[in-house]
Design a protein around this ligand. Structure first.
Ligand SMILES: Cc1cc2nc3c(=O)[nH]c(=O)nc-3n(C[C@H](O)[C@H](O)[C@H](O)COP(=O)(O)OP(=O)(O)OC[C@H]3O[C@@H](n4cnc5c(N)ncnc54)[C@H](O)[C@@H]3O)c2cc1C
Length: 420
């Protein structure tokens, strides 16, 4: 466990951000090493006891098979299933202007499922169950990072209660660590304090997300229609509920957001494709701007960035969290191996290996999602025809289709062993 001297506590690893990705790094390191780990999190999510049925978290994610494998490895998958998760076996993607479509089915590659749709709160709480039972993890919630000082062999961090004023240092605490992991999301203070620049680009799109009830029973298919104004998706949730994601420009999203529930439902039903059946009520709504961002580097002296702290992608293919989870598994694997060999876990060499492993793969995904976004923006007719034909070809070309499916399931490429 950690050691302390005076007002300072020593940990092998400090993770700033106990969201989904930060908690996964902590759970993997706790499972495979005896390193002492501190997790600093501003806010612990509200409890969701297994067997209870609280309101849905409006934020949901499509967890890939690779991410599911990590949950199984750390013993958190049952905690997801015991709360709420909706398995999906099929994925239908179609061009809203032309006739092209691709229908992915788990059966086609001999798999039982393509993934699960899970509320973000459930993801976080299932991992927290594991962290709460790990002797080598100190999960500190209601805490924020104030500042840190880099030394050659360690980083010294100062934390403060989340509720304290910025200039109040009466409750500050000092932690020292050999490796600092920034898992503190898109507005990462670790990244900012390390002076790591981001390459950022805003999309014209904003996203409106709504939890709705549907006339049809629970489904096992995700639907996505590409319109010139942006994609529209319906993801199944448990019972006859679904999560709807509607992308459009900022003005239209704020107009839709301002409508009362009944007018909103009418507008959605008017423009919703008939094949998705009837929406019966809106349970909750929220909207987000969409930003593409990639950190110029994922590492600094004894510092590594993971998840949204390192990259944010267009959510149209539901890949953002899954990429972050692969960062988590790759970094944890390198750290566990170095520790097993008795080596320093914060060396430049180790961190560079992590960056080389993940940054290129993430850049490919960012570019691919960008390509998708641009292909479906308003285009002249010959291009539209070509785009639609490409979707139909992908539907009929077995090997291409299987490759895309494996990519979406996260089971292709140079996978860390914890994701297999
Ligand atoms: C509309 C929408 C739909 C999406 N759908 C999907 C999907 O289907 N599939 C998918 O894979 N991805 C999806 N994503 C992306 C996904 O939500 C993110 O990639 C994911 O949340 C990133 O997780 P994270 O843990 O890196 O960051 P976050 O979830 O942002 O977590 C960061 C954590 O750090 C804490 N924190 C921040 N600053 C500090 C500090 N200074 N001190 C202490 N703690 C701090 C925060 O409280 C938070 O808990 C979607 C995104 C959007 C906007």
């Amino acid at each position: 466990m950690h050691s302390s001297s005076g007002n300072q506590i020593d940990f092998d690893v400090v993770i700033v951000g106990g969201g989904m990705v930060g908690s996964m790094v902590a759970a993997l390191l706790a499972r495979y090493t005896d390193l002492s780990i501190a997790v600093l999190e501003q806010r612990r999510p509200d409890a969701f006891e297994c067997g209870s049925t609280p309101d849905y978290d409006i934020r949901v994610s499509a967890l890939s098979i690779a991410t599911q494998n990590m949950f199984k490895k750390v013993g958190a998958w049952q905690g997801v299933l015991d709360r709420r998760a909706c398995l999906y076996r099929e994925m239908l993607v179609w061009d809203g202007e032309e006739s092209g479509q691709t229908h992915f089915k788990a059966d086609d590659i001999g798999a039982c499922a393509l993934g699960h749709i899970v509320e973000n709160r459930v993801v976080q709480l299932a991992l927290l169950d594991v962290l709460d039972h790990s002797d080598n993890v100190d999960y500190r919630s209601g805490v924020r990072l104030q500042r840190y000082v880099q030394g050659a062999d360690a980083i010294t961090l100062v934390t403060a209660p989340q509720s304290s004023a910025l200039d109040d240092n009466s409750d500050e605490q000092t932690l020292r660590t050999r490796l600092l992991i920034g898992a503190d999301g898109a507005r990462s203070s670790v990244r900012e304090l390390a002076n790591i620049a981001m390459h950022t680009d805003s999309y014209e799109h904003h996203a409106l997300v709504a939890t709705v009830t549907t006339a049809s029973q629970q489904q096992d298919i995700t639907w996505q229609r590409f319109m010139p104004t942006g994609p529209q998706a319906l993801l199944p949730l448990c019972g006859s509920r679904a999560s709807m994601v509607w992308y459009h420009n900022a003005e239209e999203i704020s107009r839709l957001s301002a409508l009362d529930d009944s007018s909103f439902l009418h507008e959605m039903m008017d423009s919703f494709p008939d094949r998705l059946g009837e929406l019966t009520s809106v349970l909750q709504r929220g909207s987000f701007p969409i930003v593409k961002a990639h950190a110029n580097t994922y590492i600094a002296n004894r510092i590594a960035l993971v998840g949204d702290a390192a990259h944010t992608v267009h959510p149209l293919a539901g890949q953002g969290l899954n990429l972050g989870m692969l960062d988590a598994a790759s970094l944890a694997e390198l750290v566990a191996d170095a520790h097993a060999q008795g080596s320093d876990i914060g060396t430049r060499r180790l961190l560079r290996r992590y960056e080389r492993w993940r940054r290129g793969d993430n850049a490919i995904m960012i570019t691919a999602l960008d390509g998708f976004y641009h292909a479906f923006k308003p285009q002249p007719q010959p291009f539209r025809k070509l785009r639609s034909t490409a979707l139909s070809i992908a539907d009929n070309a077995g090997p291409v289709k299987k490759l895309i499916m494996k990519y979406a399931m996260g089971t292709s490429g140079d996978l860390p062993r914890y994701a297999k």
